[in-house]
Ligand binder design. Structure first.
Ligand code: HPA
Ligand code: ZN
Length: 350
């Protein structure tokens, strides 16, 4: 219990969380009511007529591989659950409420600085305007800074299962909001979607002075090649950070490159442990840390991952990797170091 209190009280930086992945069933229900919508999963024809049912649907994305399902309706993937939530986000107020929900939640566990992903393509595709989306994010960011002592910047993510042309169009459309967007990333389904497909986008963002990161998901086919591309090629001379990328531990040459280039990695323990054997995940996290590679612990999609937020993820690695207090201080400093915060923010946190 003391340890919990210590980890909650420690000033924290979170560098890998998807805003839409913080949409709790309670907020989703509230927004659906406000927008006069019926919730359900189109593929299966199931509708959720109560908050309890909606909550239960979140469990569908949480079941481990090999689980026997009682019926087809129960069965859906993380991406179905996650993208299924997008439909309730329509107005500026909805985006504001979503961001404030995250900010309030993590301010209470003493997150003081965060860089938060959002997926613009998942919103413009449904007819949401950039002004509604960015207006809500901008207002929430300002309130968090003023009232919660929580400073936030936004990372625009591109869905790699959509075309590079769509990504570039969205990039162009985002230009008026670059005062609050610090960097870009790639997310969504990585299968057969190497970062090199988005080389032009990354070059452009680099020229424009944005920071670059990229998901290199665990257990993706071709993950070593994806990691190689982001370390060496993407953005002209490699990215600034890697999101996940634990499979680098299988290739000494990748480990060496990441180390030499000082590229930090965001690591989301619970996101892996829900689906992968402990004996695979934990030694890899340990190996990165022991090799002197900077890792920063984060939560990924806490609302869809059993409500496990960043403080709990830190406790998990502390226990499972057997990190001591010095290691935990190193992790806290790594996150500050790896952040793209303005220098004065870093100084304030150190
Ligand atoms: N993986 C890939 N893309 C994502 C995720 C994730 O866990 N969450 C939101 N977009
Ligand atoms: Zn992620």
């Amino acid at each position: 219990a003391d340890e919990n209190a210590f980890m909650r009280a420690l000033p924290k930086v979170e560098l890998h969380v998807h805003l839409e992945g913080t949409l709790t069933p309670e907020l989703r229900w509230k927004l659906a009511q406000r927008n006069g919508m019926t919730l359900g999963l189109e593929r299966t024809g199931v509708t959720y007529t109560s908050l309890e049912q909606l909550k239960a649907s979140y469990a569908g994305a949480q079941i481990r591989p090999g689980h026997e399902f009682d019926n087809e309706e129960e069965k859906f993937t993380f991406f179905e659950a996650y993208y299924g939530g997008f439909e309730v986000l329509k107005t500026k107020q909805d985006f504001y409420d979503l961001a404030m929900n995250y900010f309030n939640r993590v301010a209470a566990i003493n997150v003081r600085y965060c860089e938060v992903f959002f997926d613009p393509q998942g919103h413009t595709n449904r007819g949401v305007s950039w002004d509604a989306m960015m207006g809500g994010l901008r207002d929430a960011q300002a309130v968090a800074g003023r009232d919660l002592n929580l400073y936030c910047q936004w990372i625009m993510c591109f869905m790699r299962d959509l075309s590079p042309e769509s990504a570039m169009e969205h990039y162009e459309a985002s230009l008026p909001y670059h005062d609050i967007i610090i960097g870009i990333g790639l997310d969504s389904d990585e299968h057969l979607r190497p970062p090199a497909l988005f080389a032009d986008l990354y070059k452009r963002a680099r020229q424009d002075g944005l920071f670059l990161t990229c998901h290199c998901d665990v257990a993706t086919d071709n993950t070593h090649e994806h990691i190689r591309q982001v370390v060496l090629d993407i953005g002209g001379n490699g990215v600034d950070r890697i999101d996940h990328g634990l499979n680098a531990t299988e290739k000494p040459e990748l480990m060496e490159l990441i180390q030499d280039r000082g590229i930090g990695m965001t690591v989301c323990p619970w996101s892996y442990l829900r689906h992968q054997p402990v004996d695979e995940v934990i030694p890899r996290i340990r190996a990165l840390h022991d090799a002197g590679i900077k890792i920063a612990v984060a939560s990924d999609d806490p609302a869809y991952m059993e409500d496990v937020w960043v403080a709990h993820n830190l406790l998990l690695v502390k226990k499972m990797c057997e990190f001591d207090d010095r290691d935990m201080v190193t992790l806290a400093r790594n996150a500050i170091d790896m952040s793209w915060g303005k220098e004065e923010v870093k100084t304030r946190l150190l």
